[in-house]
Design a protein around this ligand. Structure first.
Ligand code: SIN
Ligand code: FE2
Length: 226
């Protein structure tokens, strides 16, 4: 199903999500909205949907253009998937590992992303790409900008599940000070507008055991790639 803003389908799908949007005050980090626990009521269904996606497009450790193997394992769903190899970073409509299109974006994912974007003040967001990141203890994501998308007017919506992590949110320059933001199971972080190209990263995941995910953290990053 294609979800657009015009369908009138949206209110029904929103109702399916069960819980109303939380109105917790944002974290005191300029440019970043953290919707604490927004994804928690759907956590089991979200993880079941991740399993469905990874059955068709398994997690893999991508290689950077510089030749490093990333410690975070990744896969995608949606019309486009973010990939990296020796040739560079890009969005690809097909999984290079299978040659098949990426698994469809589950409606539950799309609805959560829209609801989070709305709550953060980005009313027109419809993602066409969802990068799924898998962190095991020690895995980290170094400071970077999300800049492979064709449309920087759309925000980034980032859902945290499983073990807690420390997210680092900086400014528009790599050297700007970064604010550490703890993200726990169910939190949804959103940034965009003037902060769309903010540098960000994730500190090495600490060991632990989460009731639903064990020694893992899963992050869903929703973007509009084209
Ligand atoms: C990312 O920047 O793509 C992922 C952020 C996260 O795992 O929280
Ligand atoms: Fe990112």
């Amino acid at each position: 199903m294609t979800i657009t803003r015009q369908t009138g389908l949206l209110p029904d799908l929103f109702d399916d999500l069960g819980a109303p949007a939380l109105s917790v005050p944002p974290v005191a980090v300029p440019g970043l909205t953290v919707l604490r626990g927004l994804a928690t009521p759907q956590d089991r269904a979200l993880l079941a949907a991740v399993d469905t996606v990874t059955a068709g497009a398994p997690f893999r450790h991508l290689v950077t253009p510089g030749g490093y193997t990333m410690s975070v394992a990744m896969t995608n769903c949606g019309r486009l998937g973010w990939v990296s190899d020796r040739a560079g970073y890009r969005y690809d409509p097909r999984d290079p590992q299978t040659g098949r299109p990426w698994p469809a974006m589950p409606d539950l994912f799309t609805c959560l992303a829209l609801r989070a974007a709305d709550a953060a003040g980005f009313a027109d967001f419809v993602p066409d790409a969802c990068l799924i990141n898998l962190y095991e203890p020690g895995a980290k994501l170094s400071l970077h900008q999300d800049r492979d998308e064709g449309d920087f007017t759309a925000p980034i919506v980032s859902v945290s599940l499983g073990l807690p992590a420390t997210f680092l949110f900086g400014g528009l320059k790599r050297t700007d000070r970064q604010m550490p933001v703890p993200l726990i199971h169910g939190d949804v972080a959103v940034w965009g507008g003037p902060w769309r190209l903010a540098y960000h990263g994730v500190r090495a995941l600490k060991a632990g055991t989460h009731p639903l995910l064990g020694a893992r953290r899963i992050n869903l990053t929703f973007r509009k790639a084209v």
